[in-house]
Write a protein that binds this ligand. Sequence first.
Ligand code: GLY
Length: 396
Amino acid sequence: MRKLFIYLVIIPGLLFISCDKKEPLSKVVQRGLDISTRQSIYLAGELENQMEILPRTYANNELKTAGYKSWISGFFPGVLWYLYENDSLTEIRKYAELYTARVEKAKTMTNTHDLGFMLYCSFGNGYRLTSNPHYLEVLKTGAESLSTRFNEKVGVIKSWNSNGKWQYPVIIDNMMNLEMLSFVAKETNQEHFMDIANTHARTTLLHHFRPDNSCYHVISYDTITGKPHAKQTHQGYSDSSVWARGQAWALYGYTMMYRETGKPEYLEQARKVASFIKNHPNLPEDKVPYWDFDAPDIPNAPRDASAAAIMASAFIELCQLDKSSEAAGWLSLAEEQIRSLSSAEYLAEPGTNGGFILKHSVGNYNKNSEVDVPLTYADYYYVEALLRLKKLKNEN
Ligand code: GLY
C-alpha cells in the first residue's frame, strides 16, 4: 500500500513540481550572455581577416555578409561592445574596435536615413564605453550627414529617396535614428539636432498611427503641402496590416525619445503602442510575434525573433520610465519574451547558427529575403535587453 502511494502520488507529484519550476531569471540572463559571447567570438574570428566585411545572416549553411553601406552594418560591432561592457574581455574589445572601424565610412553618407542604426550602435556604444574622442568625431559627422535629409516644410527626415510611387517616404523605423541626433545635440550643445529629432517625432506621431494605435510602415509626404499623400507598407503583409517589427520600432522609438526629452506625449504614445502589442489577440503564447500580426497563415506564419528582441528591450526601459500601474505588466511581458528567446527554440546551441545568437527572424518577407534566419539586429537588441534586465535586477 505504501509502495503504491509512493508510485502513484509522491513520484508524479515531484515530477510535476520539478517540471513546473521555472529557471530563475538571473540564470536565464547569464546563460543568454554566455552563449552570446561564445557565438560572437566565433563569428568575429570567421571574418577577422576580411577587410571591410561585416556579418549579416546565415542561410543554407553559408555566412552572408555586408559592407559599411548596409543599414545593418553597425549591429555586430554593437553586440561586441555590449558583450565587452558585460565582462570586459580583452578579446571582445579587440574585435569590437576592429568591426567598429569597418563602419566608419558610413559617416558621410547622405543617401540613407539609417545612419543612427549604423553609427550609434557601433561608435555610440564604443564612445560610451571608451571615451575615444575619434568615435565622437565620427558621431558628429554622422549627425551632420543625417540632418541633411530633414525638410522643414514636411517636418521629418526622409527615409528613402523619392521614387515613382512615393515623393517623400518616411518609415516608422526612422524613429530609431533620432537617438544619435539627441546624443550629439547634448554632447556638443548644438540644439538644432535636438530640434530635428523632436520635430520628426512629433510629425510621425501625428501621421503614422491609426486610431487603434498600430502604425503604418511608410508615410509618404507631399513636399508642396507637407501633408501625407500615401499611407502604405513596404515590408508588411498589406497597407492596413500590422507589421510586427514596425510596432517594435514605434515602441522603442517613443520610449527612447521620452527618456531623451521627458516630453509626456512621447511616453503616452509609447504606452499606447505597448498596450496595443500586449493585448493583441494574435500575439502568440510565447510572446514572440509572427512577422505580421495580420499574416494570413497564422498560426503557421514565421515568427520574427528580431521584433520580440526589440520589443523586450523597449519594454524593459518603458517599465522604468512609466510610473503608472501598468509598468509591472510591461516588465512581465519583456521577461516572457526573454525566456522564450533564451529557450532552445530561439537561442542557438553554441557552435551552430553560423555564430549568430538567435534563430527565426524575418527580414523582408514580401521579397522572400531573409525569412526564418538569424539577423544581426535580432542579436543586438537581445543582448541589449539581457543587459538591461541584468542591471534592473541588480539594482532592485
Ligand atoms: N529598418 C529595416 C527593417 O526593419 O527591416
